[in-house]
Write a protein that binds this ligand. Sequence first.
Ligand code: MN
Ligand code: MN
Length: 325
Amino acid sequence: MTDSAPWPQPLDGTITPRFAGPASFMRLPMRADATGLDIALLGVPFDGGTTNRPGTRHGPRQMREMSAMLRRVHPVSRIEPYRLCRIADVGDVDANPMDLMGALDSIEARVAALRAGGAWTLAAGGDHLISLPILRGIHRAAPGLGPLGLVHFDAHSDTNDSYFGGSRFTHGTPFRRAIEEGLLDPRRIVQIGIRGSLFDPEDMVWARQVGVRILTIEECEELGPAGVVAEARRVAGDGATYLTFDVDSLDPAFAPGTGTPEAGGFTPREAQRMLRGLAGLNLIGADVVEVSPPFDAGGGTALVGETMMFEILCLLAEARHRAAA
Ligand code: MN
Ligand code: MN
């Protein structure tokens, strides 16, 4: 973790105003070469898995733009991620928008290469299908890892089998595929904020049968943020765990710029309380997905998405720092 070269730092907003300069995640240096990084902030501009309103291919660029609003120190925990870890923006995956399976391969290969070089990824999507190749890439770089736990914020379970008469790779199916492929341990998956009308009464029956803990929005309301955190920590346990945050877990009042909005969701405050409660979890990677700028007049969804990305970055930096110690 120590070296003589200075660690990457965000552009200092007290010197270079936050509205100035080119946009990068958290105003960090752009580094295509991830050598020596502990955490890579990776854009995945791909929406080929989208079943409804498109546009998340534009997510990373808009999230970079809005991340200029963020400063360097967490306001409550006082974590300074850029002093715990070497973190930079490594740019975007070249994901072919004309070739779904090829794009998945590209995402997997990029994540595997980053992790093989020591850089954990915090990815910005893209639609939720990107979590599948990211998980594949994590396992490809560490074959002995074993199935991961998952803390999954979302309005949707994303464990359907297929769409439109047999399409198995969509943003409504990634976690079913990940369980089938042995990337995730279903008994260590907790889904938080699930709501919205169903296609069929049998939706989510499979997920519950294989042991996924589904916390509906009604149950989250009963438990409150502290109770949700306790349940998430119980389910995920001590093992290696991935965190995925679908911005549609938030209410469309706060995050309208997304493909599949569902009324009756979390406030950003509730999401922040829950994320902060996950400190100390054995996280090894994360993503924030489903920001769709064409539906995001004013950029508020990208801003709230980036705000959650900073919360998650603080958790991940602590976990990366612990793992290196
Ligand atoms: Mn999702
Ligand atoms: Mn969703």
